[in-house]
Design a protein around this ligand. Sequence first.
Ligand SMILES: Nc1ncnc2c1ncn2[C@@H]1O[C@H](COP(=O)(O)OP(=O)(O)OP(=O)(O)O)[C@@H](O)[C@H]1O
Length: 239
Amino acid sequence: MSGGRPMLEVDGINARYGDSQVLWDVSLSVGDGEVVGLLGRNGAGKTTTLSAIAGVQPPSTGTVTFDGKDITGQSVSAISRQGIKLVPEDRRPFDGLTVRENLELSTDTTNGEDWDVPRALGEFTQLDERANQRAGDLSGGEQQMLVIAMALVGNPRLVLLDEPMEGLAPQIVDQIVDIVRRVREANIPVLLVEQNVDVCLELIDRGYLLHKGEIRMSGSAAELADATEEIDRYLGIRV
Ligand SMILES: Nc1ncnc2c1ncn2[C@@H]1O[C@H](COP(=O)(O)OP(=O)(O)OP(=O)(O)O)[C@@H](O)[C@H]1O
C-alpha cells in the first residue's frame, strides 16, 4: 500500500561518528499517509538514520528529500518548521508543567491547524482526565502518550517515532499501538523505529530491515512477516 508520492526520500546516506562509519548507503522512503517501519537490533543504526533525517546528525553523503525539497544538512529547527517532528526515545514532557501546559507549549500551527489542545485531549481521554496534573506525576505510559500528543499538536507532516514502546508494560504497549493507529488514521505519515517485530508488523504498511548500518531487506508488512529467515538472521527473533 505504498500510496501516493513519497513524502520522504532518503537516498544513499552514509553517516559516521569520528572514524567509525555507522550507516552505509541507506535509502528508504515514506509515502503520503504511510506508516513505515525501520527494524533492527541494538546498534544497527536506526536512531542515527532518524537523526540524519531530522538534522540532528547530518549524513556525510547522500540526500534527504522532503516533499520534493532537498533538506540535507539543514538545521534541526529548519527541518522541524517544515513539519518533520522527531520523537526521540528519551523524549520526556516537562515534569513541572501540567499536561495541558505541555501541550500548549508544543502547539505549532505553521503547517496546519487540524490539531490543537482540545482535539489532543479529546483523542486521548486518559490525558484529558489528567489535564491539570503535573506531567511528572504521570505514569511512564501516560508520559509516552503525552509526548506523542505533543508531537501531534505540532501539526506534523511526518512523525519520526523512535521506539515509543521501549520499556513499557504490555498493557501500555497496546495503548501506544492504538495511538499510532490513530495517527495513521489521521493520515499523518510515520517512520517508526521499533525492535519489537510483532508490534511493528501490526502497525506498518511497509518496512525495512537494517543490519550493521545497511538495509538488508524491505517489503510490505506481509512480506516481512513471511521472511522468517531474514528476521531470524538480522533481528535474532522469530515472528
Ligand atoms: N554519539 C555517538 N558517538 C559514537 N558512536 C555512536 C554514537 N551514537 C551511536 N553510536 C554508534 O553508532 C552505531 C549505531 O547506533 P544507533 O543508536 O543509531 O543504533 P540503533 O539501531 O538506534 O540502536 P539502539 O536501539 O540501541 O538505539 C552503534 O554502533 C553505536 O554504538
